[in-house]
Each structure stands twice: as C-alpha cells, then as structure tokens.
Design a protein around this ligand. Structure first.
Ligand code: NAD
Length: 260
C-alpha cells in the first residue's frame, strides 16, 4: 500500500513505535527508525525489516530533546528520500511525581520530547509534503491528551498540547492533501508503562500489583491492555488513502477509558 513512500517513526527502537515501523514496512514503506537502545539490536531490527519486506531502512539516533539534532535528522532524511511522506511522532517519556516535587529538568525534557519535538519535525517535513500534495502526520498522543491522572503533570500537559497542535496544523494544511491526527492509546504494555509502576506505587502508597489492577486496568472497562499491533494498525490506516477525510481528529484507542 505504501510502496515508494517513506515513513519516519520517532522512538521506533522500542514498544509502540517499533510496532508501527514494522506495520508500515510490511505495507511497503521505506522507514527511518529513530530512538535510543543497543546498537546491535537496532542494526538487527533494521536489517530484518529490510530483508523481510524489501524496503530501505535507515536509522537515525537523534536525541529528540535537542532541536539541533532533530534538524540534522530531518535534513539527512530529506536529502536521502526527498520527502517524508508519513511522519509518525511517537517518541515519548514519562515521569511520575507530585507537581510540587516534580524535578524541573525532567519537566523540560518531557515537554521537549513529547511536545516540542513534534513541532520541529512537522515544520521541517511539511514543505516537501506540500510540494507533493500528499502527506500524513500521525502523533501518538495518549488518553492523557483527553483526561488527566494525578502525578503525571508534565506528561498530561505535553499530551494535551499535542492535541492542540494536531487540530491547528490539520486546519492549516487541510486543502493540500495532508492530514494530521492524534492517536490516543490507553495503557499498552511496553517498557514505558513497566518503568512507571514502581514510582506510581510509591506516589500512591500501594503495591506494584495494585498499580496494575487498581490504577492501570481500572481505567479501562475492557480490563485488558491495548496491544501494540492494534495501535500500529490504526496508525497504518490513518496513513492510507482511505483515511483522507480524517484530519484534526483526536482518536482514542483506550478500551473505553475516556468514554466514562
Ligand atoms: P517505549 O519506552 O517502549 O518507547 C519510547 C521510544 O522513544 C523508545 O524508542 C525511546 O528510545 C524513544 N525515546 C525516548 N526519549 C527519546 C529522545 N530524547 N530522543 C529520541 N528517542 C527517544 O514507550 P511506548 O510505550 O512505546 O511509548 C511510545 C509513545 O506512545 C509515547 O509517546 C507514549 O507517550 C505513547 N503512549 C504509550 C502508552 C503506553 O501505555 N505504553 C499509552 C499512551 C501513549
């Protein structure tokens, strides 16, 4: 479906982003991977995608908390592929603490990676999309773009910010064949969720098992974690031609969480 198109998926060395990169490659897109991790494992992922699906895969290790590194990543990708047809802003970080104890540097990093990085990738990807008259921008936001949870001040603020950016840019480019949407997953079992369990247990004074049962899955009427494959399939659909009329949408995929 995406043969001849190029997708850049930020934070695709792990979790949801890796699943999205796999589905887009499986449907024929060339892929630029990004994110941190073990160099050998990233190399193996890129080689596997290229071999399994016959697509070109590149890796860029840009730190998305740094504007200069984002600019360099986008320049490299645009010089090799001419256009990033499908931009998936997925990289994200989380930190759990009461707001009056929230480390100031961590606030800055979360806002930089979860919000400002998308501003930079979008502004830099748009000119080539406009020249082609086709583009897809998909922001992996969160149910926390729609509702809040205590102790996640920076994350919730950044994700609500992404929802606003999504609607604004969607209006600006609507007549040019470009869509921008936000996918809002509930809890997906990935390293990001696993890592916040001990801190949430500490902040709420409960056990780690209680965090899973009484905090995470309590929010989701399905009582199941959302899967990486489900989020990746929705993302791939939004990238398709059939999704041309979906733009500026903030789309929950959260087991009913935000219906409550
Ligand atoms: P993850 O920790 O498995 O993956 C995060 C990715 O982002 C990794 O590839 C990591 O290397 C990359 N990354 C982090 N900081 C970076 C930086 N400074 N520069 C470049 N890359 C960086 O997490 P995940 O659960 O797959 O999360 C992916 C996205 O989905 C995030 O935006 C997250 O907020 C969102 N999300 C996750 C859940 C969930 O339950 N897991 C729910 C809703 C939304």
């Amino acid at each position: 479906m995406f043969k001849g198109k190029t997708a850049l998926v930020t934070g695709s060395t792990s979790g949801i982003g890796r699943g999205i990169a796999e589905q887009l490659a499986a449907q024929g897109a060339n892929v630029v991977l990004n994110g941190f991790g073990d160099a050998a494992q990233i190399e193996a992922l890129g080689s596997k995608l290229a071999a399994d699906y016959g697509v070109t895969v590149r890796y860029d290790g840009a730190d998305l908390s740094r504007q200069d590194q984002i600019e360099a990543m986008m320049a490299r990708a645009l010089s090799e592929f001419a256009c990033i047809d499908i931009l998936v802003n997925n990289a994200g970080v989380q930190f759990v603490a009461p707001i009056d104890e929230f480390p100031v540097d961590t606030w800055k990093t979360i806002l930089a990676v979860n919000l400002s990085a998308s501003f930079h990738t979008v502004r830099l990807a748009l000119p080539a999309m406009k020249a082609k008259g086709w583009g897809r921008i998909i922001n992996i936001a969160s149910a926390h773009a729609l509702v809040a949870s205590p102790f996640k001040g920076a994350y919730v603020a950044a994700k609500h910010g992404i929802a606003g950016l999504t609607k604004t840019v969607a209006l600006e480019v609507a007549a040019q064949g470009i869509t921008m949407n936000a996918v809002c997953p509930g809890y997906v079992w990935t390293p990001l969720v696993e890592k916040q369990i001990p801190d949430t247990a500490k902040a709420r004074g409960i056990t780690e098992q209680q965090v899973i049962d009484d905090v995470l899955l309590k929010a989701q009427p399905t009582k199941k974690f959302v899967t990486i494959e489900q989020v990746a399939a929705l993302t791939a659909f939004l990238a398709s031609d059939l999704a041309a009329s979906i733009t500026g949408a903030i789309i929950p995929i959260d087991g009913g969480w935000t219906a409550q």
